[in-house]
Design a binder for this molecule. Structure first.
Ligand code: EPZ
Length: 415
């Protein structure tokens, strides 16, 4: 069983460079299926999900390689069906549905599994593909979408779903006429997709706001593009500095993407200095307990909720965390309790009563961000914490052990 070992009690000090955004690059790779010819995607994090998506693209007939943080694609002939195993391995695979439906008029994918953080339907994707003129069939665990040609429409999302916004935006680039997505998600990764597909020749406007307009075109080409920095990885390292009472500068970030977490950390008393593409954090001994509510961007990111909870286990008082995006994203609570955290759960709210010190334990990562939370807790706990479930952590944090070691983190892995 592969394990991560973290010896707590060492304040982190130094500089960490943030990698490219996982939740952007996976979608850029999917968007390339809309185009023709050569693509270069730069600043790519070498994480498991990227390799999985490379496998999906190759299975769809795309020439795809990754070398030195750069992806090279050659998109000519594309198939409409990827191997079940690959698609089930990662929810983000569903993002190839919009591009394949628009390009080929047919796509068949395995229904994405739910995952550790709750039921994760794709009803908003499917309902709106139908509005654009697709027939959807769900049987034997597969979803088949087909169309004689998508036609632009006014769409409204019941919830600003990131994936639905992205899938529909990509599909609409090749629809006939204009599509408007109302109540669209506003995440920065969606702006990254807009910039990328517009380089390919699409005509998309408004990403980053709640209303996105897509004027359909008939053909899209290639692109050469660098992915934005990963705001969730960056936020995780800000919290690492705060929880170890250390001093870290993270570089190669877009500070505007981290406004909510920076604001909340400052409220806890953590000292933060924001530069043009850097954020310097200095942890303090006495942390104020500060409540948070997770919301779609620009609200507090649900993907930083478990990491922030780890920090609040050491605050001087009680704080409340409300999770409004997912139905079951408190899986880290059980594990943090094993380390001495005092947390009360009540449906989608957690009350965290700060304790003076966490203690090491054998804990298990149930999903990517819960895993990150356990690493952070281990960095602050007394003794050596052992963490299993590394597959989750490897999905989204490039060179995590190396980056933490370079700032004095006592962390190592045994495979
Ligand atoms: C993206 O997932 C991210 N993943 C998630 O990050 C992130 O937590 C999420 O956006 C919200 O910010 C990727 O980009 C690969 P949603 P996505 O559609 O697109 C419900 C991480 O740790 N919903 O905004 O799946 C859904 O069940 C991952 O990097 C529907 O009900 O998020 C969930 O409760 C975890 N019907 C909520 O909306 C739908 O059709 C948010 O989902 C679609 C979504």
């Amino acid at each position: 069983m592969r394990k991560l070992f973290v010896e707590g009690g060492h304040p982190l000090k130094g500089v960490i460079r943030v990698s490219g955004a996982k939740n952007a690059v996976l979608k850029l790779m999917a968007a390339a299926l809309l185009g023709h010819g050569r693509f270069v995607i730069r600043n790519v994090p070498e994480i498991r999900d990227v390799f999985t998506m490379l496998g999906v693209l190759q299975a769809l007939g795309v020439e795809a390689t990754l070398n030195d943080s750069t992806i090279f694609l050659n998109v000519e002939t594309v198939r409409g069906e990827a191997p079940v195993a690959l698609v089930q391995e990662m929810r983000a695979s569903i993002q190839v549905m919009g591009p394949l439906l628009a390009r080929l008029g047919w796509v068949r994918l395995s229904k994405p599994g739910g995952c550790a953080i709750g039921d994760r339907p794709i009803d908003l994707h499917l309902k709106n593909f139908k509005k654009l003129g697709a027939q959807i069939r769900e049987e034997h665990g597969f979803i088949t979408a087909s169309t004689n040609g998508l036609v632009g429409k006014e769409l409204y999302l019941d919830f600003p779903s990131v994936g639905a916004t992205e899938n529909l935006m990509m599909a609409a680039t090749l629809a006939q006429g204009t599509t408007v997505i109302h109540n669209a998600a506003r995440e920065p990764e969606i702006v990254d997709i807009q910039n990328f597909i517009n380089l390919m020749g699409a005509r998309v406007y408004g990403a980053g706001t709640s209303t996105i307009t897509i004027k359909g075109v008939t053909q899209l080409g290639g692109a050469d593009y660098a992915v934005i920095p990963d705001r969730i990885e960056a936020g995780s390292y800000l919290i690492a500095a705060a929880i170890t009472r250390g001093a870290i500068t993270i570089e190669h970030v877009i500070p505007q993407h981290l406004t909510a977490i920076v604001d909340k950390l400052q409220e806890t008393g953590t000292e933060i200095k924001v530069g043009t593409d850097t954020i310097a954090v200095r942890g303090v001994q006495d942390l104020f307990p500060i409540n948070i509510l997770t919301q779609p961007y620009p609200g507090f990111a649900t993907d930083l909720q478990p990491q922030y909870m780890a920090l609040m286990t050491l605050a001087g008082g009680s704080s409340v965390i409300k999770e409004t995006v997912y139905t079951n994203r408190f899986r880290q609570v059980e594990e943090l309790r094993r380390m001495g955290a005092d947390i009360l759960l009540d449906s989608n709210a957690a009350v965290i009563k700060g304790v003076p010190q966490l203690s090491s334990a054998l804990v298990h990562a149930t999903d990517l961000r819960a895993g990150a939370a356990l690493v952070l807790a281990g960095l602050a706990a007394s003794g050596i914490t052992e963490i299993t479930g590394l597959d989750h952590i490897d999905r989204g944090y490039e060179k995590l052990v190396h980056k933490l070691q370079t700032v004095g983190g006592r962390i190592w892995r045994e495979d």
